[in-house]
Structures are given as structure tokens and as C-alpha cells.
Design a protein around this ligand. Structure first.
Ligand code: FES
Length: 177
């Protein structure tokens, strides 16, 4: 197993002490440092930095947010506020097969909530979370541009249209690999 690393910054002793408990591999810390550096470690680039970091890791857990805050010399609370506000940032890991249920207007009026509920029950997972085996994650999104097929869900890049709750078990079974 890889050793965990800590950050050191001679100009930020307080932050360094606070960072001492962060359990993140040296390699991951360096990835974040490199991304922050590529944006000049500028506080105003926080969204771009977070976007790229999420692109690398798939999600933004608390310890990653702390390293970003440290590298951009901004409070962790500001990073957390941004990650919480924008729906394209996530603090939870995605499953091997990410499921996204459209809750846009057309899908909503055609029963998307019942479809969402069927996925939730079939997988025993809450919205925004990943199944215990890491196979599926369940999320919602707004109009994916396939309103004619409402209600719509996506699993990875595959679009499923005209869904009803009774179709859900069969769809999940497609991913029994
Ligand atoms: S509202 Fe769901 S695809 Fe448009």
C-alpha cells in the first residue's frame, strides 16, 4: 500500500498543521498540486481547478477539497461552498455504472419520480450515493434533450426511454457482469 503524504508549505504553518491529518496518497496530492500550478495557484481559478481535479479522480471528497484550498490559499469553506452549489461537482464516488434519472419537466410529468423510486428500491441505494459493491451510483439530472422519449434515464452513455417502474429490474439485469 502506498504511503500517505502530507503537504508542507513554509509560508503556511497553520495550514500545514491542519493538513497533517489528511490521508491522501503522495501521488494524488501531487496531481492536485500540478493542476493548481497549471492555473497559477490563483484563487479565481478555483472552479477550473476543481473541474480538472474531479476529471482525474471522479469526485471531490473532503480531503481533496482541503488540498485544493491549501494550494489556492483560500478557506476550505469556500471550496466546499462551490462544490455544494454546482450540481456538476460531486463529493461521492460514481459507481462502475452511473445511473442518472432525468427529472426535467417532460420526464417528471410522465412519471420519472416513480422510475427513480424503482431504481432506488431495486438497488437499495439513495440518490447521490453508490451501492455498497461500487457497481451503481444513482443521481438525478435535468433535461438530457430526449424529451420525446420521456421519462428518460442514462446508465453511463446509454439512454433508456419511455421508462416505467416495471422495466427497471430488467435494465439492471443487463449489467450483471
Ligand atoms: S425532460 Fe427529460 S429528457 Fe427532457
Amino acid at each position: 500500500m502506498r504511503e500517505t503524504g502530507t503537504l508542507s508549505s513554509p509560508s503556511a504553518d497553520q495550514t500545514k498543521n491542519k493538513m497533517a491529518n489528511i490521508k491522501l496518497s503522495e501521488e494524488k496530492i501531487n496531481v492536485i498540486k500540478d493542476i493548481a500550478k497549471s492555473f497559477g495557484n490563483k484563487p479565481g481559478e478555483v472552479i477550473n481547478v476543481l473541474h480538472q481535479v474531479q476529471g482525474k479522480f471522479g469526485y471531490l471528497p473532503a480531503e481533496v477539497q482541503e488540498v485544493v484550498a491549501h494550494e489556492l490559499n483560500i478557506p476550505v469553506s469556500r471550496v466546499y461552498g462551490i462544490v455544494s452549489f454546482y450540481s456538476f461537482f460531486t463529493m461521492e464516488p460514481k459507481g462502475k455504472h452511473p445511473i442518472d434519472i432525468c427529472l426535467g419537466t417532460a420526464c417528471y410529468v410522465r412519471g420519472a419520480e416513480k422510475v427513480l423510486d424503482a431504481f432506488r428500491r431495486a438497488l437499495n441505494v439513495e440518490v447521490g450515493k453508490c451501492t455498497a459493491d461500487g457497481k451503481f451510483s444513482l443521481n438525478t439530472l435535468r433535461c438530457v434533450g430526449a424529451c420525446g422519449l420521456a421519462p428518460v434515464a442514462m446508465i453511463g452513455d446509454k439512454v433508456y426511454g419511455r421508462l416505467t417502474p416495471d422495466k427497471v429490474p430488467g435494465i439492471i439485469a443487463e449489467y450483471n457482469d
